[in-house]
Ligand binder design. Structure first.
Ligand SMILES: *Cc1c(COP(=O)(O)O)cnc(C)c1O
Length: 378
C-alpha cells in the first residue's frame, strides 16, 4: 500500500470545478496583481481569523519580514523566538538586521515555553533586555503556543508580538484564533499548509488600522502616493490568481480541519490498541483547537531507522526539523553550541511527522500504525 505524506491531487478533485471557474475569470480580466480578488480574500481571512484586517502578501516568509519591517525592527534590535521552527521564522529576524534570541520549547507541544521565557528574561543583563523589541511565538504543527503568559511578558516589556501562524490557520487558544492575539499574525499559503495556494502566497492579520496602512505601503516598495517613497519597502504583493484560489479553498477549510482532527483521533485509537503508546509519544493537545497541519510522533531512539523502514513500506514521513536554528551554520555567529537548547535538540532528533491529510483513509492509517508496530517487533 502507498501512503504519501500529503496527497494534494485528492483534494484538487473535490474543488476543481470552482477553481477553474474563478481562475478563468481572472484570465479574462487580465488583472493579475493585488486588486479585487486580493481584497476579497483579505476580508474573508480577517473574518475567519477574528481580526480587524488582513493584508495579502507574497509568502509566509514575506509576511514575517514585512511585519518585522512594519514594526520598525532592525539592526541593534533583538527578537525572541524559538529554535525549533521552520527556518523562515529566524531567517526573517536576521534579514531585517535584528539578532535572534532563542528560548527553548515545551517538551510536549514543541512550542515556545513560557517558563523558559521567564527564566531567560530574568537571566538577561539590562542592556540585552533593553534591546529586545519583539517576540515571535510559533504555533507549530497547528497548535497555538501558550499565549497568555507570553502576552503578559510582552506587555510588561513593551515588545511587539508577531505570531508565526503559518501552520495554524483556524487554530484556537482559549477560544481565540491564531493570528488574532498578537500585533501581527503571519500566515502562509504554501501548498502543504492546511490552506494552500497553487504556488506561493501569504497574509498578515492585524487589528490596528495604522499597522495595516504600514503593511500595505511597505508591500508596494513603500510607495505612498504612487512613486513617492518615505520609506523603503519591497515587492511583497499577492497574485490575484492565488487569492482567488485560496478564497475558494477557505470555504472547505473547516471540513478539512475536522477530517484532520478525526484522523488524529483515529491514530490515537490505533496506537493504543496496538499497545505502542509506551514507545511512541503521541502529540499532546493542550490548546482548544489543534488543526493538525502535522501529526508528529516522538520516539526515544531509532527515529531515522523507523523513517527508512516506513519509506520501504511505501509510507511517506518527514522530519520537521532536523537541525534547530541555534545549530544552523548561518547562525554560528550567535555563538551557540549543542546542549544550549536541549528540548529543541531532542525534538529535532526524535520527532517524525506521519501522513494526516484530510483524504487519508482508515485503512491507510491502520497500515501506518501496523508498520510502526512491525518495526518495533522486528
Ligand atoms: C511554512 C512556514 C513559513 C514560511 O512560509 P512560506 O509561505 O513557505 O514562505 C514560516 N514559518 C513557519 C512555521 C512555516 O511552517
Amino acid at each position: 500500500m502507498k501512503v504519501p505524506l500529503l496527497d494534494l491531487k485528492a483534494q484538487y478533485r473535490t474543488i476543481k470545478d470552482r477553481v477553474l471557474e474563478v481562475t478563468e475569470q481572472i484570465y479574462e480580466s487580465q488583472y493579475f496583481i493585488l486588486g479585487p480578488q486580493v481584497e476579497a480574500l483579505e476580508k474573508k481571512i480577517a473574518d475567519y481569523c477574528q481580526t480587524g484586517h488582513a493584508v495579502g502578501v507574497s509568502s509566509g516568509t514575506d509576511a514575517l519580514v514585512l511585519s518585522l519591517m512594519a514594526a520598525g525592527i532592525g539592526p541593534g534590535d533583538r527578537v525572541i523566538s524559538t529554535p525549533y521552527t521552520f527556518f523562515a521564522t529566524t531567517g526573517a529576524i536576521a534579514r531585517v538586521g535584528a539578532t535572534p534570541v532563542f528560548v527553548d520549547i515545551d517538551p510536549e507541544t514543541y512550542n515556545l515555553s513560557p517558563e523558559k521565557l521567564e527564566e531567560a528574561v530574568a537571566a538577561m543583563d539590562e542592556e540585552v533586555l533593553k534591546a529586545v523589541k519583539a517576540i515571535v511565538p510559533v504555533h507549530l504543527y497547528g497548535q497555538c503556543a501558550d499565549m497568555e503568559p507570553i502576552l503578559e511578558e510582552a506587555t510588561a516589556h513593551g515588545w511587539v508580538v508577531i505570531e508565526d501562524a503559518a501552520q495554524a490557520i483556524g487554530a484556537e487558544y482559549k477560544g481565540r484564533r491564531a493570528g488574532s492575539m498578537g500585533d501581527y499574525g503571519c500566515f502562509s499559503f504554501f501548498p502543504s499548509k492546511n490552506l494552500g495556494a497553487f504556488g506561493d502566497g501569504g497574509i498578515v492579520t492585524a487589528d490596528d488600522p495604522q499597522v495595516c496602512e504600514r503593511l500595505r505601503t511597505l508591500r508596494v516598495h513603500g510607495s505612498k502616493p504612487k512613486y513617492y517613497h518615505q520609506v523603503v519597502g519591497g515587492n511583497f504583493r499577492l497574485d490575484a490568481l492565488q487569492a482567488a484560489i485560496v478564497a475558494v479553498k477557505l470555504d472547505y477549510l473547516d471540513g478539512w480541519t475536522t477530517a484532520r482532527q478525526n484522523n488524529a483521533a483515529r491514530y490515537r485509537g490505533l496506537f493504543e490498541s496496538a499497545g505502542l503508546t509506551d514507545r511512541v509519544h503521541l502529540p499532546v493537545e493542550k490548546e482548544s483547537r489543534h488543526i493538525y497541519n502535522q501529526f508528529v510522533i516522538r520516539v526515544d531512539a531509532g527515529r531515522d531507522d523507523i523513517r527508512a523502514y516506513l519509506g520501504e513500506q511505501g509510507i511517506g514521513t518527514e522530519v520537521y526539523y532536523p537541525v534547530p536554528m541555534h545549530l544552523q551554520e548561518c547562525f554560528s555567529g550567535l555563538g551557540h553550541q549543542a546542549g544550549d537548547f536541549p528540548i529543541s535538540e531532542q525534538a529535532a532528533n526524535q520527532t517524525l511527522a506521519l501522513p494526516i491529510y484530510p483524504e487519508l483513509t482508515e485503512s491507510q492509517q491502520a497500515y501506518v500504525v501496523e508498520k510502526i508496530g512491525a518495526f518495533f517487533n522486528r
